[in-house]
Design a protein around this ligand. Structure first.
Ligand code: GLU
Ligand code: MG
Length: 449
């Protein structure tokens, strides 16, 4: 994974640093750095961390009602298998980050560590069902502060006017060991998307963190900002995070596909999906966790707005994705579903962990595949909506937080300290943007995300 750039080649006055990072439940990646040599030789194996860091709002104020004060200490333990090292074009030194777990001083996982939450969810799923999860995050983002001429949606011109941004992004991601798949000029003005090859769930979430940081750095080096905020203007196109998932059995065989079932969704994947659909109103508190997330989650935005399983429909919240079968390609290996109600303000680990937990609840409850709905819920009568099990997703962060608190299953996945910290920081965030108009809120979030 090393880009092969030796310390000595950086010249006098520059040491290469490696940064131990954690991505908190605001989706913000924070960390501390040590000299690369000290880490590689085993001299530095962890560093200190502070519990109150996790209750800092995106606007750098610690939340009122945080369970953490000035006392307390934790450690960041870097995971050697989760190192992302790359030297983006024009950067003075390589970007070198290692995803880390936050632990108590006795080494036990910290109750508010999103990465530990995902690991535990995956371990429980595997132990109880023999299944593992393969995932991939599709990330949309907006380029801000550019002087580019207007270019049509999805056009070659939209990609080329930004050159060498696309090539630099693909090179930097590849050098970091991420397997980028497609670089897309998206529908929105100056909007792009990057997809990557599916990987084991923990790797996929780690990569989602690294992709955001690498793309932001590449953009900055080229003189503009890349923002993963769910909206950068009220009337603009939203930036979604679409989380693709599929299941594998112990032998590594695909377990999501069954040609005989509705939508070709296997019974076990249907139960997993039903668990997600059942808990969606509470899940969005974790996956769409900012006040401006709800400017995006609206009907007719190709984002998501109802507790809706759809087949190849980009308005649905859980989308059964297409397979490409030309030349006799096997659909079972490609078959996957997509969770569309997530955005860049979410921690990828927490979001995927919550999806896995909800899916496991569905399997435990032997739930049946939800109805696969075709049509526009906004045109359906109340009785049709309830016959199909379609509920509107929360329309504000406060509604989502209330759904989270009211869903004993979802809030029960977390330690009381997590619940207190999470809801305190989110309610403080709501307070800090109160009274700002939507575009000002979007601009504030675009600065941070
Ligand atoms: N930008 C849309 C969103 O907010 C997604 C469009 C697409 O399907 O790629 O999720
Ligand atoms: Mg897209």
């Amino acid at each position: 994974m090393s880009a092969g750039l030796g310390f000595e080649r950086l010249g006098a006055g520059l040491a290469e640093l490696v940064t131990f990072v954690t991505t908190d439940f605001l989706g913000i990646t924070r960390g501390r750095s040590v000299a690369r040599g000290d880490w590689e030789t085993g001299q530095s194996t962890s560093c200190g961390w502070c519990p109150a860091n996790t209750t800092i709002t995106p606007f750098d104020l610690i939340a009122d009602g945080s369970p953490f004060g000035s006392r307390g200490d934790l450690r960041l333990i870097p995971d050697r298998r989760a190192r992302f090292r790359t030297h983006p074009m024009g950067a003075a030194t390589p970007l070198d980050i290692v995803m880390s777990d936050v632990v108590e001083l006795d080494g036990s996982p910290w109750s508010c560590c999103p990465r530990a939450f995902l690991k535990r969810a995956l371990a429980d799923l595997e132990r109880e069902t023999g299944l593992s999860v393969i995932g991939s995050f599709e990330l949309e983002f907006s380029a801000l502060d550019t002087s580019w001429p207007h270019a049509p949606a999805f056009s070659l011109a939209a990609a080329r006017r930004a050159d060498p941004f696309g090539p630099a992004v693909i090179a930097a991601l590849t050098a970091a060991g991420i397997e980028p798949e497609v670089f897309i000029p998206e529908y929105g003005r100056n909007q792009f998307e990057i997809t990557s090859v599916p990987a084991a769930a923990l790797v996929a979430a780690d990569r989602a963190v690294a992709i955001r940081e690498i793309i932001k750095e590449v953009a900055q080096l080229q003189g503009f900002r890349a923002s993963f905020a769910p909206k950068t203007a009220v009337q603009g196109v939203g930036n979604g995070v679409h989380i693709h998932w599929s299941l594998q059995d112990r032998a590594g065989a695909p377990a999501t596909f069954d040609a005989r079932e509705p939508g070709r969704v296997s019974k076990v994947a249907g139960a997993f999906t039903a668990g997600i659909v059942r808990h969606l109103p509470a899940l969005v508190a974790l996956t769409c966790p900012s006040p401006i997330s709800y400017l995006r989650l609206k009907p007719h935005n190709w984002s998501s707005s109802y507790t809706w399983l759809g087949e190849r429909d980009r308005e649905s919240t859980i989308r059964i994705c297409p397979t490409f079968e030309a030349g006799g390609k096997d659909p079972s290996k490609q078959f996957n579903l997509e969770y569309r109600a997530a955005d860049g303000c979410a921690s990828p680990h927490l979001a995927l962990g919550a999806i896995v937990r909800a899916g496991l609840e569905g399997i435990r409850g032997h739930l049946l595949t939800p109805p696969i709905v075709d049509g526009d819920p906004t045109l359906m009568s109340g009785s049709e909506l309830s016959r199909l099990g379609l509920r509107r997703l929360p329309t504000t962060l406060e509604e989502a937080l209330q759904a989270f608190e009211a869903d004993a299953t979802v809030s029960g996945w977390f330690d009381p300290v997590f619940r207190q910290a999470f809801t305190a920081v989110k309610r403080m965030e709501l307070k800090l943007v109160e009274g700002m108009d939507g575009d000002t809120q979007c601009a504030r979030y675009a600065e941070v995300y």
